[in-house]
Design a protein around this ligand. Structure first.
Ligand SMILES: Cc1cc2nc3c(=O)[nH]c(=O)nc-3n(C[C@H](O)[C@H](O)[C@H](O)COP(=O)(O)OP(=O)(O)OC[C@H]3O[C@@H](n4cnc5c(N)ncnc54)[C@H](O)[C@@H]3O)c2cc1C
Length: 432
């Protein structure tokens, strides 16, 4: 399968973080092999809403996202692919004073970065979204935000990486990371061993369990988010629109991709208990708690406990593409809220639906950098529901880190060790 016996860099994961990293590394002339257990963009990177936003970010992420938007603008030319990029802006609607106060507080922090975000009045909102059946108090608006097609973008990165010489292996599970003398030396895949000077783990929701097998504890949990795509409709807007109830964007074919806002599900599993204390402060600050489910994932983890160390390998085989079921109640809720807001689109129906598992960290920020005590083992994960938009800059920064030892933006705030440091709980953020 492999064309060489060793590589400069081996990558675990064919989501946007892994594929973008493969592209930027290969473009620098490094030999790269990427291993994906299922298919490119099979998990989060192909199941998301496609919002690309600077708005509402933790201020620590804003410089990175501003640099990322500059990449997005030229991405179709750079990757030689149609990714349905559209810089139509993002709008967060609010109907109460608390929402307005929250957005004003965020704008106060964001002002230092000279972002084009601003608060719109009810009248300005009505102008941007004509035909709404009700008024909103205000909206947070960032015209330079945008949207793109998740599958097309991630696949375009993988193809561009391959054109620059990277090997992209799909349907190939990485079963373990090889280390020697405190240094990552390669991967153990189901097709054989691979030697590498550096290993990048960009395994999305699987990163925490993989690291645990190396004795590294990363507090990372999974939430399940339900999405639907409607039948095509006449053009309403090029904005990505979000409110407490639901969010949507309209694709080039006229269909709406829609979800139930922040309303997500959490299937309780062993990690829910393992990381309970790390996540407790975050649970206090979020306004909408996930719906909790106690069922098969918990039983599965109890069985794997008895099953021993091979259990992760068995789970990876069973979930080659993590494909959770959408929640019917959330589909009805999203479409119902959309119909109520835009009665002129009452004939729009659900064309397809799906769910995706989102990996989250306690402070809802990603983890970038070397794992403690293991040289050459680099992590890019924990995007907490906004890693699609951040994918291109994540890949560029990981390539700089691995190739030069120093990324062009300071990644200190995203270090792996922050969760075990004494003030970690106090540093939890609550941004809109
Ligand atoms: C419903 C939903 C809506 C979202 N909306 C948005 C949005 O609008 N905007 C936004 O910016 N973000 C959004 N996100 C979040 C975004 O999709 C993710 O943050 C981002 O895609 C994460 O990319 P990733 O490469 O880290 O992980 P993933 O895309 O999950 O990729 C990880 C890959 O690693 C593979 N893998 C794991 N373990 C192994 C192994 N051992 N061997 C081989 N392969 C392995 C997996 O199969 C997977 O393909 C949303 C997510 C979901 C689910």
């Amino acid at each position: 399968m492999n064309t060489r016996s060793s590589y400069d860099v081996a990558i675990v994961g064919g989501g946007i973080a892994g594929c973008a990293s493969a592209y930027y590394l290969a473009r620098r002339g490094l030999s790269v092999a990427l291993f994906e257990k299922g298919r490119i963009a099979g998990e989060q990177s192909g199941r998301n809403w496609g919002f690309v936003r600077q708005q509402g970010r933790d201020p620590l992420e804003i410089p990175m996202m501003m640099a990322c938007i500059r990449i997005w603008r030229g991405l179709e030319a750079e990757l030689e692919a149609d990714i349905e990029w559209r810089q139509g802006g993002i709008l967060y609607l609010t109907e109460d004073e608390a929402g307005v106060a929250k957005y004003e507080a965020w704008l106060d922090k964001a002002r230092a970065f000279q972002l084009d975000s601003r608060l719109l009045s009810a009248r300005e909102v009505a102008k941007l979204l004509p035909g709404m059946a009700r008024d909103w108090d205000a909206a947070l608006y960032t015209p330079s935000d945008g949207q793109a097609d998740p599958v097309k973008t991630t696949t375009a990165f993988a193809r561009a990486a391959a054109r620059h010489g990277a090997e992209i292996h799909t349907g190939c599970i990485v079963e373990g990371i090889e280390t020697a003398g405190g240094q990552a030396t390669g991967l153990r895949t189901e097709a054989g061993e691979v030697k590498a000077g550096a290993v990048l783990i960009a395994a999305g929701a699987w990163t925490g369990p993989m690291l645990r097998n190396l004795g590294q504890i990363l507090p990372q949990l999974r939430v399940r988010s339900t999405v639907l795509q409607t039948t095509p409709a006449p053009e309403l807007t090029g904005l990505g629109v979000w409110c407490d109830e639901f969010g949507f964007r309209q694709g080039r074919d006229g269909s709406f991709t829609m979800g139930a806002g922040d309303w997500v599900d959490h299937d309780i599993e062993a990690d829910s208990l393992r990381h309970f204390l790390a996540f407790r402060p975050a649970m206090k600050s979020i306004s909408r708690k996930p719906d909790l489910h106690l069922g098969w994932p918990f039983i599965r983890d109890l069985v794997s406990f008895v099953d021993g160390p091979g259990s992760l390998r068995r789970r990876l085989r069973r979930d080659r593409v993590l494909d959770p079921a959408p929640e019917p109640g959330k589909l009805d809720h999203s479409l119902g809220a959309f119909h109520a807001l835009f009665p002129q689109f009452k004939d729009v129906k659900i064309a397809k639906s799906w769910a995706g598992v989102i990996d989250v960290t306690p402070d809802e920020m990603p983890v970038f950098g070397e794992a403690p005590g293991l040289k050459g083992l680099v992590i890019a994960t924990g995007f907490s529901g906004h890693g699609f938009g951040m994918g291109p800059i994540a890949g560029k920064l990981m390539a700089e880190l691995i190739a030069e030892g120093r990324p062009s933006l300071d990644l200190g705030a995203f270090r792996f060790t922050r969760f075990s440091e004494p003030r970690a709980a106090a540093a939890l953020h609550s941004t809109p």
